[in-house]
Every structure is written in C-alpha cells, then in structure tokens.
Design a protein around this ligand. Structure first.
Ligand SMILES: [Zn+2]
Length: 82
C-alpha cells in the first residue's frame, strides 16, 4: 500500500437510532486490506475502514464502515460508505 494516511473524507449517513442525517468528516487512519486486482494501469486495491461517530441529536454511537479503492498505485480512486 502506498496511500498516505490519514485520508480526510466528508460524507453523510443516517443515524441508525433516530434517522437524522449526519454530515461527518471521516479521518481515515487505519485501512484494512481486503482485496486487489490487476488492471490496465497496475494494481487496484480495496481497503475497509471503520469509524465511530456520535449522533449530534441522540448521542447514539454509530459504527460506520466504508471502503477505499486505491487505483492506480498511490491514488485514492473512490471512497464510499457501506
Ligand atoms: Zn441519532
């Protein structure tokens, strides 16, 4: 892996307790390797991450998971919540 950490990523999700939409800037400091595949410009690698985010309305702690796609080597191609 040659991504520079941490990665800052802003995204929105719904609180699993009260359905409030939470806008959050994720600071991704830990990536867990999931899979990789050879493509035209080299290797594409998929990682997973988890961050705990407290809901501002109900204080519920949401465990949010997402994935980071690295492609080509060293570049963040896509970040999405799962
Ligand atoms: Zn909530």
């Amino acid at each position: 892996m040659s991504l520079e950490l941490p990665i800052s990523h802003q995204d929105a999700f719904q609180c699993e307790e009260c359905d409030t939409t939470i806008n959050h800037t994720f600071t991704i400091e830990d990536l867990e390797y999931e899979s990789s595949e050879e493509r035209g410009m080299g290797e594409e690698t998929q990682y997973g991450f988890t961050e705990e985010v407290t809901c501002p309305s109900c204080q519920h702690t949401n465990e949010v998971t997402g994935e980071v796609w690295e492609y080509p080597d060293g570049a963040v191609n896509l970040i999405q919540l799962t």
